[in-house]
Design a protein around this ligand. Sequence first.
Ligand code: 13P
Ligand code: SF4
Length: 335
Amino acid sequence: MVFAAAPRDASRQGSQAEGSPPVAADLPPADLPAAIAELRRQRKAVILAHYYQDDAIQDVADFIGDSLELARKAASTDAEVIVFCGVHFMAETAKILNPGKTVLLPDLEAGCSLADACPAEAFAAFRAEHPDHIAVSYINCSAAVKANSDLICTSSNAVDLVRQLPADRPILFGPDENLGRWVQAQSGRALTLWPGSCQVHVAFSEQALLKLKLEHPTAEVLAHPECQQHLLDLADFIGSTSKLLHRAELSPADSFIVLTEPGILHQMRLKVPDKAFFEVPGTDGCSCNACPYMRLNTLEKLWRCLDQMAPEIVMEEPLRLRALAPIEKMLALSR
Ligand code: 13P
Ligand code: SF4
């Protein structure tokens, strides 16, 4: 896999003499949302954003969703340019589904601790040790790991997809062991787990959660399945970010303690403004409940990437084709 910044837009090349001070167009405009809207129109672009993005990015996005919804949207868009406000594996998935489109990621450093915890060579060795197993990989992994998987899943469809696999075949699941344990319990299928985890979802403080429960005894606890088991045991409802949002809308409860990245609270508060939402801090009160990778994207970087048409995700075609097959299988099996 190769990813690189594309050259600056030809229409902007030469607009600035070598060594001269930055021209006004290189400085961020005062009204970033308006400038982004204009560039989106000019570029025939669509802006996709995950719920963990900053509020300001969510507010200018064309579509906000969880990983499955964003993959579906990327597969169906007729825009010429996809700006993916999320992390690298998400933008990569959009590119795998859209080889002919330009896919931009505002900050190429926006990675993921789960993807990092599963290098392709080590995953290949893991597969080789279990040749008879079906390899199910969480979408939070690199294109190279996807290319060596039989089926991709997200947190929203993992249980349903695993239930659909032949009962007589053993299953490998990676790279999130916490999600894997939850899928195992829900599906009743034994899974051989890759030992990876999300640095954000393992950081929540149980002590802080118990304190919040005491302070708000009628609040429902909503948790993402990337959380550790001892926290999931304290949850009233477990699901992907979209499922947590829908639960907040449909539940009779008037307040919620939310065990996932706090970016989701923006849509929760917009969708149900009369309900109260509380985020859970990390251990020792740290703000490590916010994903440091997701938060690398900013409104200014979004404007700049539309302006310069970079950084762009590019991928070698043989790798793309191998990674496409298990993603297409996921989209076909998802109900
Ligand atoms: P979902 O989008 O499936 O809820 O997953 C959350 C996540 O951690 C994405 O990186
Ligand atoms: Fe990866 Fe966790 Fe950040 Fe999601 S929240 S992108 S799983 S590090």
